[in-house]
Design a binder for this molecule. Sequence first.
Ligand SMILES: [Mg+2]
Length: 258
Amino acid sequence: MGSVPPASSLPALATNPKAIFFTDFDGTITLQDSNDYMTDNLGFGVELRRQGNRDVLEDKKTFRDSFREMLDSVQAPFDECVRTLLANVKLDPKFAEFNSWCRANNVPIVVLSGGMQPVIRALLAHLVGEENVKGMQIVSNDVAPRPGKSINDVGGWTIVYHDDSGFGHDKSLEIRPYAALPEGQRPIMFYAGDGVSDLSAAKETDLLFAKAGRDLVSYCDREKVPYTVFNDFGDIHKVVKSVLDGEITVQQAAVNKS
Ligand SMILES: [Mg+2]
């Protein structure tokens, strides 16, 4: 086994938690995907977005390129995009309660997202309360002005990817240093997600929650990755609490195994 990574690459260990809860944002914490919402309502629309998804599935385009095209079709100033999302995107109704429980029980929530940092922060602050999401670690893509413009100009912003991967953000990168910790130092790691980009990350953790009826469920079945289905964060809350209380093991909680 390699050497233990420096503590600076393990920010979620700062409070010496028994467990860490990693989670996707769009479609997992939120009910609607904020990037899809922007594309459909402020950008090139649902038809071209779906065509882009098909091109990715048929290997005609990378996810990275298709996602950038989608967001580049949104010409609205960034502040207007955020206002539109705040007015229309809703959070899982049980997320706020789960978040409070996690804060009270020293379970850090780490958001791993292909979305843009300021959008995620704004939605969480608006819907869960600024105070309640203050310390939350969010690892995501970002936004930057186009040359000679400000992000709040028409056509003024573009997405900045987190890394060089085909997804723009390889979510497993953040998790791997924790997964590499030796037995005894390694906290229990949970992951919640709904899409294809969550699979690589999920494989590194101890228990995956996959959202009912979404792509991640079929991918897990195909790849034989054990998981447990959730409808909302109320389901997740029960299981995480039972595991931390020692009532069930993560193996027992991963009920969907092929
Ligand atoms: Mg998602």
